[in-house]
Design a protein around this ligand. Sequence first.
Ligand SMILES: Nc1ncnc2c1ncn2[C@@H]1O[C@H](COP(=O)(O)OP(=O)(O)OP(=O)(O)O)[C@@H](O)[C@H]1O
Length: 330
Amino acid sequence: MIQVEHLTKVYGTTAALRDVSFTAATGEILGLLGPNGAGKTTTMRILAGYLPATSGTAVIAGHEVHTDPMAVRQRIGYLPEHPPLYTEMTVVGYLHFVARIKGVSAGDRPQRVNFALKSCGLLDCQHTIIRKLSKGYRQRVGIAQAIVHDPPAIILDEPTVGLDPRQIIEVRHLIQTLAGQHTVILSTHILAEVSMTCDRAVIINKGEVAGIGKLDELMQQLSSSYTYDLELVGDRQHIQTLLTQMPQLQNVNWLGTPDQPRQQLHISSPEEIGADLATLLIQNGIQLYEMRRSHANLEDVFLKLTTDDVAPAAAAPTPAEPPIVEDADA
Ligand SMILES: Nc1ncnc2c1ncn2[C@@H]1O[C@H](COP(=O)(O)OP(=O)(O)OP(=O)(O)O)[C@@H](O)[C@H]1O
């Protein structure tokens, strides 16, 4: 449904995206996850046809965003970070307006608007002036305008930002109900958003793809899959020498000071090495008081992939730039 290949965007001297590539299959929810400034919004705006890429291509439902922008805009729903709602209109009036400018026929409009109102939990406030809605409800209106013309692809830029916890849960649930019939790409800097909402994630960092796949696959990609926290008594130097016998150990970090009676050690390893490690230490006279093993969690993956230098992926392309309503008007 969505193919992004070798996408690069340069703002002046700033390379916001470098050779970004990923795909999103029909019906899936793909999370674009990255820290501030990673290039998420830039990617979303290019996909939505509001920003031209410097190079590369992005194809949505068979149409390239640069060479065929109008066809793309008819096939996507886009929720920008700050949706440009017409705040003096009622919710239902606004959705009818958007449906019209998105090309929904007059006969289909009532049904499409009703679907959007219902899907987004807006039926009860459909006659309310948008200006009087809470932020959470405005966000729902933003999503409703993105789906009112029933596009096959939905692009949501930070859809839960600024919402309270209850609203976040509601919006995430809404997004999940949209998948299946729609392909959804959402951007976020919140790990939990991806783990709770998305089928797969593209982790983006400094404009490059740092990891891509299902979350459990991403965790497996980590070289340090297991971490061990040890409490032991023994000479640090001696222990350090012993550990050189296990070359698979990574990130051997001592906690506290060497003069503490009990030493604390944090080790990571791509393999499960607990039994061998314990045997090595005990057979060499080290008193092992505690050893705890934990698996890399999503936070470890994110920190690892967005802290280290990363290798990119691929993709690129295109169009011009207006806010949703104006664009649709065209
Ligand atoms: N119009 C612009 N002109 C120059 N540089 C820009 C422009 N827009 C974005 N950038 C730069 O491009 C990089 C990526 O920005 P982008 O907004 O895409 O990141 P982001 O991942 O969405 O960040 P955030 O989560 O903070 O919104 C940043 O270094 C940003 O400063």
